[in-house]
Write a protein of this length. Structure first.
Length: 437
């Protein structure tokens, strides 16, 4: 396929000539993929495995991919160069990656795709591998959304009462299709998975209830912990405070709004925007990372001029584009008073760093962080309630002191788990293998 580009013009020959039969194929596409998958790629290389790094090309600019790949010191072995609307990207990943996997298979190799979480890449790449009877290793498997039971008058609860309510597992229910399309993606990827690497016990609980084999579900933590710890060590080399000296003394809230369901709904987006505006006008320091979906929502809902006025009139408001280097994100966030986000990964990172988190969604696919007490849910319906949650979480010592629930040395645990399975059989398991016949 002419659309696919390769680092080496002898890509397939080099794989064919390698003594190993198994090809560990790490797939990346977006910033979360790079952050969470590259540590596994580096660990596989460290352990001497035959490993290749594939990029779909979805995030292709410097801010969303290039800068971070340079920071991690890696270069993809091939790039699928996909472009277009969601349905086009899905079909291109399946078709082009299916071609790559088929070519490797023809050379007598067994491909083990490693897919991450709930991304379009995870869903489509797992499908591409399964078409060739290769099951995936699902990194960050089993993440399912739980939603708090919203009782009448919940917005009148105090911050502490609401936080305690969220810390009771019995006050949550299953069944949400949000975030969209991520909850679809993770479920699809799961069906084509042979080794489920679950971050926490709650994820294992979800998968067992859905009928997945107990002996192929492993609780290993989340590989974002490895990337976060490495970035914290490298934060001394960050230049973010040279570019934004107003962040150096901390005591700010970082807003991150990019979830599709928040950015296509004027009601939701306006509730979050109005909450941010009230916090700015109160004199507290606010950092807004202006992401692609954020910009589109500001334009669609006629809020761009209002944002520009806030930026012009308030010195305590910092408006910034996405930062290309992960160490800059971690360096700045380590000094934040609170993070207000609709991101999934940031809920994990904040717990790891001991920064209070407020999730701007109706539920969470990292509900374990709220149940542990490190995170609170602030549904995008009432700006005053959102403000109350952010102010309650601001430098909240109880939230900061919640222990890291996502582990350490996770990539090593993931790779060791896969290699133990391969000692007994294949990732794709036949019925004979499953039944021990």
């Amino acid at each position: 396929m002419k659309e696919i580009t390769y680092k080496s013009d002898k890509f397939y020959e080099e794989i064919a000539d390698h003594a190993d039969r198994h090809v560990h194929l790490i797939m990346i596409a977006t910033k979360p993929d790079i952050i969470k998958q590259v540590p596994l790629y580096l660990e596989l290389k460290k352990q001497g495995q035959l490993v290749v790094l594939g990029h779909t090309g979805q995030h292709y600019d410097e801010n969303l991919s290039g800068g971070m790949l340079k920071e991690f010191g890696v270069e993809p072995d091939f790039n699928l160069n996909v472009r277009g609307a969601m349905h086009e990207v899905v079909s291109q990943i399946i078709g082009r990656l299916g071609h790559v996997i088929g070519e490797i298979k023809e050379r007598g190799k067994t491909v083990i795709p490693y897919v991450h979480g709930d991304t379009t890449t995870a869903m489509a790449s797992a499908n591409a591998g399964y078409c060739h009877m290769f099951s995936s290793v699902h990194v960050e498997a089993g993440i399912r959304t739980l939603t708090p039971r919203y009782e009448d008058g919940f917005t009148s609860k105090s911050f502490e009462d609401w936080r305690k309510y969220l810390m009771d597992r019995n006050n949550w229910e299953r069944g949400s299709q949000e975030p969209y399309p991520e909850q679809f993606n993770t479920r699809c990827a799961e069906a084509a998975t042979g080794i489920h690497l679950a971050p926490v016990e709650l994820d294992r609980e979800f998968m067992l209830s859905e009928g997945y084999s107990d002996d192929r579900i492993f609780i290993v933590g989340n590989s974002v912990a490895d990337a976060t710890h490495a970035a914290m060590e490298n934060a001394k080399d960050s230049t973010v405070f040279e570019r934004h000296p107003e962040l150096a003394d901390g005591d700010f809230v970082r807003f991150c709004i990019h979830r599709r369901e928040n950015c296509v709904s004027e009601k939701r987006f306006r509730a979050i925007f109005d909450a941010m505006k009230k916090i700015i006008e109160s004199g507290k320091k606010v950092l807004l990372i202006n992401m692609h979906q954020t910009k589109r929502a500001l334009e669609n809902f006629g809020l761009q001029e209002e944002l520009e006025q806030l930026d012009k009139n308030y010195d305590n408001f910092i408006l910034s584009e996405v930062w290309p280097e992960y160490k800059d994100v971690i360096a700045a966030m380590s000094r934040a008073a609170v993070c207000a986000t609709d991101s999934g990964s940031m809920q994990e990172e904040m717990n790891i760093m001991g920064v209070p988190c407020v999730t701007l969604r109706f539920g969470s696919d990292r509900s374990e962080s709220a149940i542990a007490g490190a995170n609170v849910i602030a549904p995008p319906t009432d700006s005053d309630f959102i403000v109350k949650m952010i102010e309650g979480a601001w430098n909240n010592e109880d939230m900061k002191n919640v222990e890291n629930i996502y582990g350490e040395n996770v990539s090593e645990r993931c790779v060791d788990t896969v290699l133990r399975v391969l000692e007994k059989g294949e990732v794709f398991r036949s019925e004979d293998d499953r039944l021990g016949k």
